[in-house]
Structure formats: structure tokens, C-alpha cells
Design a protein around this ligand. Structure first.
Ligand code: URA
Length: 428
């Protein structure tokens, strides 16, 4: 077998057979297929697609490139959630302890942010002392003792994906549905969860900009999970505007703690509860009541224990940025749009995100929203607060927010704008 013949097959719109897929994924992981060859193949896949059997085989080959975890010794059923990534998406933070409080074990292997979408590990690292890297034994101990763990995926899990994702990131091939689906599902299946709920984001702040592509991605991932014996469900959720009222690391931790304390923005609470119900249902715990676990403090108790078990101090003050800048509403009326992508880029430029994976992030940087689409705003009143340690970045962030990122419809006679529903579809 050789890389050139595999590339030519896909370049010429053929289908890759099992032997070609097994060979190319394995040879790339071992360094025998060069990055430039794999990037040509990834581009051919992006342009010409893969059928369901090819995607299934590609996913199986990525799983086989590394180790598989086993949670069968745990006394509780396991359930995990994966979001395809958005702006202000802090849902994992309240969700994992909430679902644990309802009786499931939540092994939440998470990632860092790149570009305009934030990463769960970056957010949690703003909690003083908190540690993302755990050995497999430590992870199992936290799962056993607390019921929820949020940590970095170990090096041994789907190593083919780690190499391939880094390559796709710099070759314009992230957006291929077969590659996104196999990347996400190889890690989740290798992780060994029994149930999986996918939050497939749709809109300007997401990979999937329209509902049709998001449905195709969700169906592909649900099919892969089901074929591997993982009870998998997907919710398609709106990402045309940021989730909640904050985008940035410590800002989002603060908002998550508000949700765990029984408050927080309505959309964050709604999505946290909807995903919790799906996870509990898929884990065979349909009778559990996540709304009660939020209200009675048991979800908060699990959060505190989870943070403490990973070296964090849940009582320590969260870092705040040194400088703030307020953006005010240019006119009075109904806020009809606040673009998720623009806010994500602004938060990133303020220092909340990174451009290259080795860059540091600022814990306190980000964007705070004072209104959401559908709210009435008044000319001159605060609309956004920008936070950063490096004020020279304000201009850079403000440029991201210019040109249509904020839409206000004039009050007299203006049709009031109904924001899209948060949950757009469910695929099982
Ligand atoms: N997240 C992943 O893990 N992989 C992708 O390809 C895209 C998003």
C-alpha cells in the first residue's frame, strides 16, 4: 500500500476500501505517511466526501490507534456530553456535577479553545489550583468519589486524531463532516462512556452555519455511536448569539456557579437542564429530577467536591481583568442581533483565546453582555463590557464588533424580533 494511491482514489471521487483506510490511519500515526500526504487526503475527503461505511471504518481505525478506557467497574452508569463548540458555551461546567448529583458518572474529557471558541479546560484553569491533567487512575478515583470529572484526554486516547486534528487546523480542512464526526466520535467511543449526548451548535459562532449541515453531522455521529453500542442522542442548538451573558474563562466560571446556585441566565439554565435530562434518560436514570438537584444545592455540592478533588479551591476569588471598556447602544430599540462569531472573536482578541495552541490565555479576559436579542435597549446605555489585562487589545476587539455585529431595530412601529428557539431539533 502507498499513500499516493490512497490520495488518488479519493481525489478521483472513488471510495476508500477498508484496507486502504486501516493502512493510511495507522501509517500516519506511526509517521510513515507524511503530513503533506495526509493533508492532501484530508482535502480530497473535504471536497469529495465519504460514505457511511467509509466514515465508520475511518472512525474504527482512529479508535484502534490508541487505548480504550473501561468504566465497567464503576457502580453507576456513565454518561457524557460533547458540544461541537460555540461562544459562551460553559454548559459542561454546571452540567457534569448536576448529572453526577442525579446518580450518573460523568467522565468529561475536554479540550482547550482554539480560535474564537473557548475551551472547557481553559475556563476551569481560572479556578486557583485546579488541575486539568490527571492520570487514568486519578480520573477513575474522582469519578468513583464524586461522580464527575472534567479533565484533559490522555495522550493514549485516539492519537491518530490528535495528529490529524492539528494538521486539519492549519490546512483548512477542519470543516469536513466525515472528519469532524470521526474525530469527535473516535475520542468519545475510546473513552468508554455508555451514553453520549451531542450538542451540535448551529449558527455564526459554530462550525455548522446552517441547519442542514448540522443535521447531517448529528445523524452521522449518532449513527457512529449507536453502531459502537453507545446510546447516543443529539440536540441541535442555536449559536447565532452567545450562550448566556459571558464569553471568557473566569467570566464563564462565575456564570456557571450562578447557575449551580439556582440563578444564572435563562438560556444557560434551559440548555443545562435539557442536556441533563437527555444524559440521564440515555443512562437509564429517566426518573431523576435535575431541576430539583439544582434547586436543593446537591449539584453545587458536587461542583465543590469535583473542583476540590482536582486541586482547586471553590471558595477562592476568581481572577478579574485589570482593564474594562464599555460599549454602549448606538440607538434605542429592540436588540435584534448580537452576533456570536463577532463576540467570540472579540473575546479571543481581548486575550481569552489563543491563535496557536501553545499560546497562553488570560483568565480574566472576555466579553460581558448586558442585553440579549429580544431585549429592549436604550441609546447610551451599556451593551457590552470588554475585559482584558492588555488595554492595547481594546481596538482590536472593537473592530471585531463593528460592521453589523450589533443590530438594533428602531422602536416606533418596528416589528419586534423573536430570537430563534434555543433547541432547534433532536436526533436519536
Ligand atoms: N472537535 C473535534 O474534536 N474534532 C473536530 O474535528 C472538530 C471539533
Amino acid at each position: 500500500m502507498d499513500a499516493i494511491s490512497v490520495i488518488r482514489t479519493k481525489r478521483d471521487r472513488g471510495r476508500l476500501d477498508d484496507a486502504q483506510i486501516d493502512w493510511v490511519v495507522d501509517a500516519y500515526t506511526r509517521g510513515e505517511v507524511a503530513d503533506e500526504q495526509m493533508s492532501a487526503l484530508a482535502m480530497a475527503i473535504l471536497l469529495n466526501g465519504m460514505d457511511r461505511a467509509e466514515i465508520a471504518r475511518w472512525t474504527a481505525a482512529m479508535i484502534a490507534s490508541g487505548e480504550r478506557m473501561d468504566f465497567s467497574a464503576l457502580p453507576r452508569p456513565t454518561a457524557d456530553k460533547h458540544s461541537t463548540g460555540g461562544v459562551g458555551d460553559k454548559i459542561t461546567l454546571p452540567l457534569a456535577p448536576l448529572v453526577a448529583a442525579c446518580g450518573a458518572a460523568v467522565p468529561q474529557l475536554s479540550g482547550r479553545g482554539l480560535g474564537h471558541t473557548g475551551g472547557t479546560l481553559d475556563k476551569l484553569e481560572s479556578v486557583p489550583g485546579w488541575r486539568a491533567s490527571l492520570s487514568n487512575e486519578e480520573m477513575l478515583d474522582v469519578l468513583r468519589e464524586v461522580g464527575a470529572v472534567i479533565c484533559a484526554a490522555g495522550e493514549g486516547l485516539a492519537p491518530a486524531d490528535r495528529r490529524l486534528y492539528a494538521l486539519r487546523d492549519v490546512t483548512g480542512t477542519v470543516e469536513a463532516i466525515p472528519l469532524i464526526a470521526s474525530s469527535i466520535m473516535s475520542k468519545k467511543i475510546a473513552e468508554g462512556t455508555g451514553a453520549l449526548v451531542l450538542d451540535v451548535k448551529v449558527g455564526s459562532g459554530a462550525f455548522m452555519k446552517n441547519l442542514g449541515d448540522a443535521r447531517e453531522l448529528a445523524r452521522t455521529m449518532v449513527g457512529l455511536g449507536t453502531d459502537h453500542g453507545v446510546r447516543t442522542v443529539a440536540l441541535l442548538t442555536d449559536m447565532s448569539t452567545p450562550l448566556g451573558l459571558t464569553a471568557g474563562n473566569a467570566l464563564e466560571v462565575r456564570e456557571s456557579v450562578e447557575v449551580l446556585a439556582g440563578g444564572g441566565p435563562a438560556d444557560v439554565v434551559e440548555l443545562t437542564l435539557a442536556l441533563a435530562r437527555e444524559m440521564l434518560d440515555a443512562a437509564g436514570l429517566a426518573d431523576a429530577d435535575p431541576a430539583r438537584a439544582l434547586a436543593d444545592g446537591s449539584a453545587m455540592d458536587h461542583w465543590r467536591r469535583m473542583i476540590t478533588a482536582q486541586g482547586g479551591d471553590p471558595d477562592a476569588p476568581l481572577p478579574t481583568a485589570r482593564e474594562r471598556h464599555t460599549v454602549t447602544a448606538a440607538s434605542s430599540g429592540v436588540l435584534t442581533g448580537l452576533d456570536a462569531y463577532a463576540v467570540g472573536v472579540a473575546a479571543w482578541r481581548l486575550g481569552a483565546g489563543r491563535a496557536r495552541k501553545e499560546d497562553p490565555v488570560q483568565a480574566g479576559a472576555g466579553v460581558e453582555l448586558h442585553a440579549k436579542p429580544g431585549d429592549r435597549v436604550t441609546a447610551g446605555a451599556p451593551l457590552l463590557t470588554l475585559h482584558t489585562d492588555t488595554p492595547e487589545r481594546f481596538d482590536y476587539a472593537l473592530r471585531a464588533l463593528a460592521d453589523g455585529a450589533v443590530e438594533i431595530a428602531g422602536t416606533p412601529g418596528a416589528a419586534s424580533h423573536e430570537p430563534p428557539p434555543l433547541i432547534l431539533d433532536r436526533i436519536a
